[in-house]
Design a protein around this ligand. Structure first.
Ligand code: CA
Length: 154
């Protein structure tokens, strides 16, 4: 699994990178929204951890840009406790979940796992729905062939 962390505080960014690598994820970091958006659009990430308060291009704009180009990329936002309006705006712009700063690393990894699991489940659901459709089509084809064979032989 490959993750991108966009966080402008270098200490937090490198701590997140180190911790997430230790639990088995490949992790890239970007320290501003401009570079973060570029990386998110250039590479194939499974999940984006996005700080909302970034200098220049802020987290809401990053969320909007990335969501427009990569509809299936999972986005977990990091927000300040004092700004519920930002959390609402972030979710409205397509973030999948949010975590309020300061947070425990264990909670972050739990949310990352939950999001990735949810994604796998929806993929499995779509795959099984396709299999069922295919089975129904095969069945219809068999019935049609038998009917034709009967019609031809009578
Ligand atoms: Ca920040």
């Amino acid at each position: 699994m490959r993750l991108l962390v966009i966080e402008d505080e270098p200490d937090i960014a490198s701590a997140l990178q180190k911790g997430l690598r230790q639990v088995g994820y490949a992790v890239d970091i970007a320290l501003d929204g401009e570079r973060g958006s570029e990386l998110a659009l250039e590479n194939d990430y499974d999940l984006l951890i996005l700080d909302l308060n970034l200098p220049g291009v802020d987290g809401l704009e990053v969320c909007q840009r990335v969501r427009a180009e990569c509809p299936s990329l999972l986005i977990l936002m990091l927000t300040a406790r004092s700004r519920p309006d930002e959390r609402v705006a972030g979710l409205d712009l397509g973030a999948d979940d949010y975590l309020v700063k300061p947070f425990h690393f264990a909670e972050l990894t739990a949310r990352v796992r939950a999001l990735l699991r949810r994604d796998l489940r929806s993929f499995a659901y779509i795959s099984s729905a396709r299999t069922i459709t295919w089975d129904v089509q095969l069945c219809q084809l068999c019935v049609m062939l038998i009917w034709r064979w009967h019609a031809a032989s009578s």
